[in-house]
Ligand binder design. Structure first.
Ligand code: FAE
Length: 525
């Protein structure tokens, strides 16, 4: 490592540590200070791609990740199960955070799934090395040109994304559809049932590309591996491996360069610009109980925010409210949306989807060519007993009207959302799902589809808060703040063209880093 390291002591406050859920008993300790050329916050899609592209350009990078590593492999027991969760299932929470998972109490742990509470909407996101890719199903879908243009920031050239950036991402993550042998097996009955209904409704079902080696699922069926894919138990992560999460793809490649240091259990509390225009990152090094064991103050010329839409936006809104970064754009914290994300339960009469429904979500329908473009997919659920129900999920394009506001009491920024903002896309999703699985009045009455998101508004697809063209330029550089970059889902105003977001977030990071590497390395940092 070529980084210059200075250590001296400074004092830090305690309020912010408490707000982030960490134990503040030791938070008043002296902080250590050091200097790095480039710092990336977060190891999800944006953060990992950024680290790789910087390292390949010869830049030494420190990556700060709040969570731990989750190594998997055949027959591993890395992640908890959905219906028997333990403290690994939640980020610094005293209880289960996932709706549907049985409520349990435990001592807080740096677990894999974070629920960021908001007003009118909670956000679920991954916490750990690999970010959202640890817990995501892996639906890896490129939007069509018209819907890309409708929802992505102006000025992005779809042809370039189609020709280059989406393909680069696919070459690394290797998405593949479920093979026939699995699809036609009893484990995937629920997925098959949905596919049949789509075809009966006159629509064209498709098999969703997932970044998996499906051979792992096949080996579960032969008894060689313990079941995880084939029971649909994937929402806290897939135990067997075979999933091309970003920790084992992009980030592993970045670390293999020898230029990237990943510091786990490093929770960034605040970001600041000092008088010399350098970036100061205030970090709590925590243990797995969330207790602060060291305070670090890291100074850098180039700071890349890849903490996800919720993480990055909260850091920026805090910095603006506390004047830690003067002259941040007014649009910071605005234009947030949930990608239209809506989960319905479906209880077909007379043909139960069964217990333990194979996953991850592997079939769907692209209903893109209409005024309310939608993607509808089937999501298997690992019910331990047959309750006759499965889930159907829809996405669309929403008005990004969500806003994060600073709360001085908790020293955090909080999302404000209303169900009115996605009412139109929700009613389009409801109508489309009913036309697929509940065509007649009798079916609607006997095979109910229930909008579970209505009762508890949550999303897996946070997007926006530091959007391109307003907070950032067309390559993720924060306007008026040399050396400060956004590199994750916060850049995108609310939707990714009626499909799941990860592939577009990754493609956008690839697009931005091409220019940042070419124009800013050795000039800005
Ligand atoms: P993300 O992957 O969330 O990474 C952010 C990283 O920053 C994480 O590693 C955090 O731990 C870390 N971090 C946050 N705050 C701090 C801090 N203060 N200090 C240090 N580190 C911090 O961001 N998308 C799809 O396309 N297909 C799917 O099938 C799909 N399924 C999903 C299922 C679930 C249950 C969930 C929760 C999400 C799913 N998503 C899916 C969404 C997808 O995971 C998400 O869009 C991306 O992961 C977002 O990528 P980012 O790089 O923006």
């Amino acid at each position: 490592m070529s980084a210059r390291l200075h250590r001296r002591t400074v004092l830090g406050g305690v309020a912010a540590a408490a707000a982030l859920g960490v134990t503040s008993a030791t938070a008043a300790r002296a902080a250590t200070e050091e200097r790095r050329r480039a710092v990336v916050i977060g190891t999800g899609f944006g953060g990992s791609i950024t680290a790789l592209r910087l390292a390949r350009a010869g830049v030494d990078v420190l990556v700060l990740e709040r969570g731990i590593r989750w190594p998997t492999g055949p027959n591993a027991e890395t992640f908890p199960r959905m219906f028997s969760p333990d403290r690994r299932a939640a980020w610094l929470s005293p209880s289960t955070v996932l709706t549907g998972s049985p409520l349990k109490l435990w001592k807080p742990y740096t677990g894999v799934l974070d629920r960021v509470r908001g007003v009118g909407m909670d956000i679920f996101c991954g916490a750990g090395v690999g970010g959202g890719s640890l817990v995501y199903h892996g639906m890896t879908i490129q939007p069509g040109e018209a819907n890309f243009a409708r929802s992505m920031p102006a000025g992005l050239d779809y042809q370039a994304f189609d020709r280059d950036y989406y393909r680069r991402v696919a070459a690394v993550l290797k998405p593949a559809p479920i093979p026939d042998a699995l699809m036609n097996s009893a484990d995937y009955h629920a997925a098959k049932q949905f596919t049949t209904r789509v075809a009966q409704a006159g629509l064209e079902p498709f098999r969703v590309p997932l970044p998996l080696d499906w051979d792992f699922a096949r080996r579960e069926q032969t008894g060689e591996l313990k079941r995880s894919y084939t029971t649909g138990d994937v929402l806290y992560g897939v135990n067997n491996g075979g999933k091309n999460t970003v920790d084992v793809t992009y980030l592993a490649a970045a670390e293999a360069t020898g230029r990237v240091e990943v510091a786990v259990l490093h929770l960034v509390r605040d970001i600041e610009r000092d008088r010399a225009g350098r970036w100061v990152v205030h970090v709590d090094r925590i243990d797995t109980d969330g207790k602060v064991v060291e305070r670090r103050r890291i100074i850098t010329d180039a700071l890349f925010l890849g903490a996800g839409s919720a993480g990055t936006t909260r850091l920026l809104v805090k910095a603006r409210a506390k004047d830690l970064i003067p002259d941040l754009p007014d649009a910071v914290g605005r234009k947030w949306g949930n990608n239209g994300d809506r989960i319905f339960s479906w209880t077909p009469l007379g043909d139960s989807p069964g217990a333990l429904q194979g996953g991850p979500a592997c079939v769907g329908v692209k209903d893109w060519d209409n005024p309310d473009p939608l993607l509808i997919v089937h999501g298997g659920v690992p019910f331990p007993v047959d309750v006759g129900t499965t889930s159907v999920i829809g996405f669309g394009i929403v008005e990004p009207r969500g806003v994060f506001r600073y709360d001085p009491v908790t020293d955090d920024a909080v999302l404000h959302w209303s169900q009115l903002y996605d009412a139109q896309v929700t009613s389009a999703i409801r109508a489309r799902i009913r036309s697929i699985v509940g065509g007649s009045l009798v079916e609607e009455l006997t095979s109910p589809t229930i909008d579970t998101s209505f009762f508890e508004p949550t999303t897996y697809h946070p997007l926006g808060g530091a959007v391109m063209g307003e907070v950032c330029d067309g390559f993720g550089r924060v306007r008026g703040q040399q050396g400060l970059y956004v590199t994750d889902g916060a850049l995108i105003p609310g939707s990714t063209g009626a499909c799941n977001p990860s592939m577009t977030i990754a493609a956008l990071a690839e697009h931005n880093m091409d220019t940042v590497v070419r124009e800013d390395v050795s000039v800005v940092f």
